[in-house]
Design a protein around this ligand. Sequence first.
Ligand SMILES: [Zn+2]
Length: 308
Amino acid sequence: MEKTESMHRNDIIDICKRVHANGWVAANDGNVSIKIGPDTVLCTPTGQSKGYLTTDQLIKVDMDGNKIEGSLEPSSEIKMHLDVYKNKTGVNAVVHAHPPYATGFAVAGVALDQCIMPEIVIGLGSIPIAKFGTPSTMEIPENIRPYLKEYCVFLLENHGALSVGSDVFQAYYRMESLELFAKINLVARLLGNVNVLSEDNVKKLIKVRQDFGMPLENYPGCRVDGRFIKEPATVVEALSTKDLINEVKASTTGKSEETDRTLKTTLDRNQSPNISQGLSRADKIEISIKNLIELITIVVNNVLKAGK
Ligand SMILES: [Zn+2]
């Protein structure tokens, strides 16, 4: 069911209260909007705390920022919201706030672009920093625009953060993910070590994203050693024949009764798709005649040994 304007008004107030309660804004900071029609955007008014807004205080503007309805004035940052709607398809909501951990990174000039946590790699890829722009001018939207195609969450240099979504809850949750990621990242830095995921592991996570049905087109990826990884793991992680034989051999030393089970497990591991771990397994393995004979010999010898 399509939401009514009244429902959208309630949603904005709901999100504003969460943003305020989370401590992501002080005084009149922050703004939230929803595109409710082809040429209509519902947004928060300027000069009001997000913690105490009421639905009748929200403002309706057209796509050029002209006020259509409301007694207060629209947010001074409405230009930033409208520019996002004009330049990124599929976006129907924008949230802007100053979450303190994320904003700390924006002030430090440190992008949250390393491949560190699975949820961020899968959901967002990474978070860039848009260059500083004077609030309420076109400088901010112009500096965000280069990142719009690939990203859904942005740090605004020396200012705060912006998130976009197909609805206002998605935009809000993306901001929540950003802030928690920034907090965890800071704690790891304070502890003196940030382990970046390996390229192989990142590719497996991107494969999980693909398996979830999330698009890889315009996916920004994340950084490992100065390089952005955007491609999913394509191959198939079948054990090599050599590994297979070594595994069987290893399992037979002193544990011959377990050989068959080990071999079976090994083969199963090669044959069954393991979606829960996000790994694609081959549905067949290749083995040379020589290696097959070696493998069978080991198994038969163990069966004979076990029978004695
Ligand atoms: Zn701001």
